[in-house]
Write a new protein. Structure first.
Length: 201
């Protein structure tokens, strides 16, 4: 029996991971790849965690992914990735993570961690994943024109990793058609910058 590719997107509610999930689902539909998806947003406040589960390649399976079954974990927030990743990532799993803690709206500060804490969290993640891809998505999005659009840099890193059964061109096309016009240019630039960085690393 064919096995699904299990993908988990992790971030915070205000980071709009729903948009990434919708882009990936639509790209899968256009590429003819079976996909199921479910979101789990803890919406008590906008700084609560958000999880989006996607399963590619198999249509006759439930969307919920259990701990220890995640093949690919995309962590938009370093802290949330470390907190949740240890439980959900499979032994052979791939982790793609933003090197920063996402800024919380309550203080508006970019979350640069002390180097020793950042290394501690990354060390934990490297100990549980077969492959870890780290990028500063905030910097890439900022260079693209809008530091708030880090989710699109993370999407580019996910596509650049080569783990998805989707055509990169399809994902970028859907992204361009989905994003608001005001954000489109910066979103595509952030996507392409991260895609190229991961491909050439």
């Amino acid at each position: 029996m064919k096995r699904a590719l299990n993908v988990l997107l992790i971030g915070l509610v205000f980071q709009k991971l729903t948009q990434l999930s919708q882009i990936l689902v639509q790209a899968a539909v256009e590429d003819g790849v079976p996909v199921t998806a479910v979101q789990q947003d803890f919406i008590t406040t906008c700084i609560n965690p958000a999880r989006h589960y996607l399963r590619f390649g198999v249509s006759d399976c439930g969307a919920r992914i259990e701990p220890g079954e995640v093949d690919v974990l995309l962590g938009v927030d370093l802290y949330e990735a470390a907190r949740i990743g240890a439980d959900y990532l499979a032994d052979s799993g791939v982790l793609i993570v933003n090197s920063r803690v996402v800024p919380r709206p309550i203080d508006g500060k970019w979350g640069r961690l002390a180097p020793e804490l950042q290394e501690k969290l990354l060390g934990l993640l490297r100990s549980i994943a077969s492959k870890v891809i780290v990028l500063d998505a905030v910097e890439l999005a900022d260079r693209a024109g809008d530091a708030e659009l880090i989710r699109f840099a993370m999407l580019g890193a996910l596509c650049g990793s080569g783990v998805l059964p989707l055509q990169v061109e399809t994902v970028e096309k859907v992204l361009s058609e989905t994003v608001m016009e005001l954000e489109r240019e910066a979103a595509v630039k952030a996507f392409r910058a991260a895609l190229q960085q991961v491909r050439t690393a």
